[in-house]
Design a binder for this molecule. Structure first.
Ligand code: ATP
Length: 270
């Protein structure tokens, strides 16, 4: 199968405003990092090297991909995105050559580029004494590419994982991964922000509007993705009912379905 991971995606339209629930310190650290990346020469004069790699880790659906897109957007960078599993190949050398061509394509671009690898544990998992030769070669190539770039060559590598504990120590070394950000499940305030993001521009009944604080409080354990899907389900139901606004009954129905879905998934995991 021909892989097109070496092609940039269109410039993401996501901005940092679209990512809800980020802790204040994290927002601060991200904006400092962006300032360094935007003006590497100024930072160099102060002895600060721009980061080459950033790791985002946290549970599924908490906005890691969204955040990578927003960072690319802020930097006005070409966005290369792939899943770690896209580099797992049976044939020796194929995964490594995909890593190489991904970095080569990013370096060829005019202007900055962000390389985003989701589920990076599939590519940079801990090496096992009797692990496969192919996986080892692919990881080695990734380390070579991360070492090969200059910190101001305009390439920023962003990796995301739900399993930080599975990552190889060599991969996590500073100079390869310079910043690690935890993206946890949102707290009540975070969920309220995410609810605002996903209801923006939507027609909501007065009753729904008045219930949003309570919704944020009652959805402990929900990820951003689950909150987003909650409103998508509620909107579909409203449409099916021939309404052009969201009623409280749509939201209640969607909430029941989401909770039922998570419970079924949790039971399947037992
Ligand atoms: P995974 O670990 O499964 O790859 P992820 O952390 O990368 O998940 P995203 O793909 O960024 O999660 O989120 C999926 C969708 O859920 C987003 O497109 C967005 O609609 C919604 N979402 C998730 N987190 C947030 C958030 N913090 N703020 C706003 N929307 C969010």
């Amino acid at each position: 199968m021909k892989s097109n991971i070496s092609k940039p995606a269109p410039l993401p339209t996501i901005t940092l405003e679209d990512v809800g629930g980020l802790q204040d310190e994290m927002k601060e650290e991200i904006s400092q990092t962006l300032a360094i990346l935007k003006d590497p020469e100024r930072s160099a004069r102060m002895g600060i090297k721009p980061p080459k790699g950033i790791l985002l880790y946290g549970p599924p659906g908490t906005g890691k991909t969204l955040l990578a897109q927003a960072i690319a957007r802020e930097l006005n960078a070409h966005f290369f995105s792939a899943s770690g599993s896209a580099f797992n190949e049976m044939f020796i050398g194929v995964g490594a050559s995909r890593v190489r061509s991904l970095f080569q394509s990013a370096r060829k671009q005019q202007g900055p580029a962000v390389i985003f690898i989701d589920e990076v544990d599939a590519l940079a998992g801990k090496r096992k004494p009797h692990g496969g030769e192919e996986g080892e070669k692919t990881l080695t190539e990734l380390l070579v590419q991360l070492d090969g770039g200059h910190s101001n060559d305009g390439i920023l590598f962003i990796a995301a994982t739900n399993r930080k504990d599975m990552l190889d120590d060599a991969f996590l070394r500073p100079g390869r991964i310079d910043f690690t950000f935890q993206v946890p499940l949102p707290d009540t305030k975070g969920r309220r922000e995410i609810i605002d993001i996903h209801t923006k521009g939507k027609n909501l009944s007065e009753e729904v509007l008045a219930s949003l604080d309570e919704l944020a409080e009652s959805t402990s354990g929900f990820s951003g993705a689950e909150l987003s899907s909650l409103f998508a389900t509620a909107s579909r139901l409203a449409l099916r009912q021939g309404r052009d606004y969201l009623a409280k009954s749509d939201l209640d129905y969607a909430l029941d379905r989401t909770i039922l879905g998570s419970t079924t998934r949790a039971l399947q995991d037992i």
